[in-house]
Design a protein around this ligand. Structure first.
Ligand code: BGC
Length: 464
């Protein structure tokens, strides 16, 4: 499919439509995160799966995702971002159908690994692709739409869990993911290739045409092409670049740190254990389920704030503000289980703490970490750099998920929440010291400052 098919839309509308389509990957990611919590109990009943097997069914997706990231890094370099997204879409459809038809736990685990591969491939490729086709004034909002889709996917899964729980039909819960998967597959077939990738492969004329189509005929793309060109002189990439270039090491370390920060805020403690936390505060059955759905709704709603503000206020202020709000949320959650408070107070603190924490995450670390990770890597090492940060996201996600119950055992529920409150406070300092403001900068300008050795937080501050 040629980018020319987008000619009916106006720039930056064309880049917006293309980003929106790519962001459907986020929807699938969110569905996959949210769906298993509801499906696990009926699966365990049908297959008589013990606790260990259940853990494998859950963890298989994360394992697949961790494997999918390096695969995506190779594919998106050789075959391009668009074709890699297509492979991700095919795996989404195949994996969910495989899971829905599984006749044994082994088949189910294989299907979950396949879905994990799809998630790993698309969490790597979609933000990268969107950042590469977006124009600088809208880039933050466009990548944040990807996060919005993640939150919509999680929310849809929470609702479907609540509804299907009345019928015990786990096959539908897992199989339904194939429908958005098919839409995604068709959408991806109509996407233009990334102009930056085309330039990297020496397809200059195709790159010029695609960029012209994305920006609109009235826009001169000569400067943008020249800037991409100027960044193509380095011939090494990946490990070799990491060994040879101190500045590349800085950007890789920054990306990995940002993803660790995102995960160690504790967001997935709330996403995976919300019903349990609500239960501990005295909410029962239906109240717990619908309480979890409301947490999902807050997550969606607050993401709109990020989309509206990320290109106006910038990345740093939003991130710092969100981390402060998350700290406060965790303190409130930590206060709720103490013996002195009455049940009504405990419930108010739990709900207040969750709303505060989840909204803080949704307007800051959720979207902005994906935005920054896609922006800060130099073109020649972009696949490798984004691959490292995305893999860090999945590994940390797994650690946070499996350590929660052990932490509660050792530190108590309050102690665990306060630990996360402390971490969030620490992250405020980390962001203030090391994170650059990339609002309104071209990717090439970010790269120029990085490779000139400018201090990370001063990137983009000198004359344009
Ligand atoms: C994170 C996920 C998290 C989701 C919640 C994403 O940005 O990477 O781990 O579950 O946000 O909305």
């Amino acid at each position: 499919m040629k980018a020319g098919r987008f000619a009916a839309t106006s720039a930056p509308g064309r880049a917006g439509v293309a980003s929106g389509l790519a962001a459907v990957a986020g929807l699938m990611f969110g569905l996959d995160i949210g769906v298993i919590s509801g499906a696990l109990a009926p699966i365990a009943r049908e297959f008589h799966a013990n606790r260990l097997l259940q853990e494998w069914i859950v963890a298989a997706m994360m394992l697949g995702a961790a494997l999918g990231v390096p695969i995506a890094a190779r594919l998106s370099f050789g075959w391009g971002r668009k074709h890699t997204l297509f492979i991700g879409a095919v795996l989404f459809v195949a994996g969910s159908l495989f899971c829905a038809m599984a006749g044994s736990v082994g088949m189910l685990i294989a299907g979950r690994v396949m879905m994990g591969l799809a998630v790993g491939i698309s969490t790597f490729t979609a933000p990268l692709y969107i950042a590469e086709i977006a124009d600088p004034p809208h880039r933050g909002a466009m990548v944040s739409i990807y996060q919005l889709m993640i939150t919509l996917g999680i929310m849809a899964a929470f609702v479907s869990n609540a509804l299907f729980s009345y019928f015990d039909t786990w096959r539908w819960m897992l199989g339904i993911v194939a429908f958005p998967g098919i839409v995604f597959m068709i959408g991806v077939a109509f996407l233009p290739s990334s102009p930056r990738w085309l330039m990297m492969r020496g397809k200059r004329e195709a790159a010029r045409r695609t960029l012209q189509d994305l920006r609109g005929q009235g826009h001169s793309v000569a400067r943008e092409l020249r800037e991409i060109d100027a960044r193509l002189h380095v011939r090494t990439s990946g490990w070799a670049l990491l060994r040879a270039d101190r500045n590349f090491r800085r950007s890789v370390l920054l990306g990995v740190t940002l993803q660790l920060v995102q995960q160690f805020t504790g967001m997935n403690v709330v996403m995976y254990y919300a019903p349990r936390i609500l239960g501990l505060a005295g909410f029962i059955d239906h109240a717990r389920l619908w309480g979890t759905v409301s947490v999902g709704a807050v997550n969606v709603a607050a993401t709109f704030l990020a989309i509206g503000l990320v290109d106006r206020w910038g990345r740093r202020p939003l991130l710092i503000c969100g981390l402060v709000v998350m700290s406060i949320g965790m303190v409130l959650l930590g206060l709720s289980p103490s013996a002195e408070v009455r049940e009504a107070t405990a419930q108010a603190l739990t709900i207040g703490g969750m709303v505060c924490f989840v909204s803080g995450f949704a307007f800051s670390a959720g979207p902005i970490v994906w935005v920054l990770c896609a922006e800060i890597q130099p073109l020649q090492g972009r696949e490798f750099g984004v691959g490292c940060s995305t893999a860090a996201n999945w590994i940390a996600n797994m650690i946070v998920g499996v350590s929660f119950l052990t932490l509660v055992d050792r530190l108590g529920l309050s102690g665990t929440f306060w630990l996360y409150a402390g971490l969030n406070a620490l992250f405020v300092v980390l962001v203030a010291l090391f994170v650059p403001e990339t609002k309104d900068l071209t990717l090439e300008r970010i790269e120029r400052d990085l490779t000139a050795g400018v201090r990370l937080r001063d990137i983009g501050r000198g004359p344009r």
